[in-house]
Design a protein around this ligand. Structure first.
Ligand code: ZN
Length: 387
């Protein structure tokens, strides 16, 4: 699985290189795409075929200037389909700002990520994000006036009515409405949502849940949450907090949770929680990356803890699946790539969900990794301006 997903990522990168080249240079022949991208003829030809099939590029012989060389038929050119300018996706994490500029179909033309201590100073992070959007537009040759909207991911729950970050979680963000602030800097409509909802949109449009219409996206990272897609649309609920899988109660007398309840699933399963469980048994300081390496190398303790965590998530997920009957559960977040976690989830769902529910359900790892939020932010911007 890691093998095929890294190939997929490489292919995604190559596809973006082709679309970025077309965005900057305008229509090009395949031969010039080979020269410009440094990719092989075969790769370019197969990527262009895919992009044509997906409707992202078209073949045209009209390039408005004479064919160099003078004789013979001009080669067919490949042109980017980009109706009505572009959109931006902004992912503000706790430690990074990632920005993508995409065309109106969601093809990412350019993307960059910078390490920033986001939590301390919301205003500085938003300044940085706006600057990165302008740089991205410049890099793909889109004038700022062609930016239609931006979507953004905020690393904290948003109150749907006030659009402000709920107080107490991010000290440097108090009294800030992130979407309004970014709107003021970019001059276009900005739509914000949380990471699990955007991860669900991203995997639905561009990742592991492509083609499905009923999807649960589970994010296992610094917290635990879910994004729910029903009938092809994100289900946010009455006040925007649907999918709080992390706060399903799994033990009456468990630890007190940051939400104020006791024994929430998130107090048992989250990256910090699992690291804390493992740490006493290891001399080195553990990180999520290191834990995943240890898992791959067959470390029994790591595998056990991840698979127990997966089973606890699967137990709560089984009830959700009984209620919603989804086609796909996508497991994302920094621990989403763990095979032990995945196997634990699967075994619990198979055990506790109704057989008919489990029979139609696929449980798969996310394909977009740490790009899920920014890709989801692009999808959100497109969805909102296409209504
Ligand atoms: Zn809770």
């Amino acid at each position: 699985m890691p093998h095929s997903s890294s190939l997929e990522r490489l292919r995604d990168g190559n596809r973006r290189a082709i679309t970025a080249l077309l965005a900057v240079e305008g229509p090009m022949s395949r031969a010039n795409l080979v020269r410009g991208s440094g990719l092989s003829r075969t790769t370019v030809s197969s990527l262009v075929g895919e992009l044509i099939a997906a409707g992202h590029v078209v073949e045209t012989s009209d390039r408005g200037r004479p064919h160099k060389g003078g004789s013979g038929r001009p080669p067919l050119l490949v042109a980017l389909v980009s109706p009505g300018g572009g959109v931006a996706g902004v992912d503000i994490g706790h430690r990074h700002v990632r920005v993508a500029v995409a065309d109106r179909r969601g093809v990412v033309l350019t993307e960059q990520s910078e390490a920033v201590d986001v939590d301390e100073d919301g205003v500085a992070a938003l300044d940085r994000a706006a600057r990165m959007v302008r740089q991205g537009l410049q890099a793909v040759g889109l004038p700022a006036s062609d930016l239609a909207a931006a979507g953004m991911c905020v690393p904290a729950p948003l109150d749907r009515r006030s659009a402000r970050v709920r107080t107490g979680i991010l000290p440097g963000w108090r009294e800030i409405s992130p979407a309004e602030e970014l709107h003021r800097r970019l001059g276009v409509p900005v739509f914000a949502d949380n990471d699990a909802n955007l991860g669900a949109l991203a995997e639905l449009g561009h990742g592991a849940a492509r083609g499905a219409s009923d999807v649960v996206y589970v994010k296992v990272a610094s917290g635990l949450g879910a994004g729910i897609v029903l009938g092809g649309r994100l289900h946010r609920g009455a006040s925007g907090i649907a999918g709080e899988l992390g706060h399903v109660q799994v033990g009456e007398d468990g630890q007190v949770c940051r939400c104020g309840n006791r024994g929430c699933l998130e107090t048992l399963v989250s990256a910090p929680r699992l690291l804390a469980l493992l740490q006493p048994a290891y001399d080195e300081e553990l990180s999520v990356e290191r834990v995943l390496e240890l898992e791959q190398s067959g470390d029994a303790g790591v595998r056990r803890v991840l698979s127990d965590g997966g089973r606890a998530v699967g137990r709560a997920l089984a009830d959700l699946c009984n209620s919603l009957n989804p086609e796909v559960v996508v497991v994302g977040g920094s621990l989403g790539a763990s095979a032990s976690l995945h196997d634990g989830i699967r075994s619990s769902v198979e055990r506790y969900a109704q057989p008919d529910t489990a029979a139609v359900l696929r449980i798969v790892p996310g394909e977009l990794g740490d790009r899920a939020e920014v890709v989801g932010a692009v999808s959100l911007a497109i969805a909102r301006i296409s209504v």
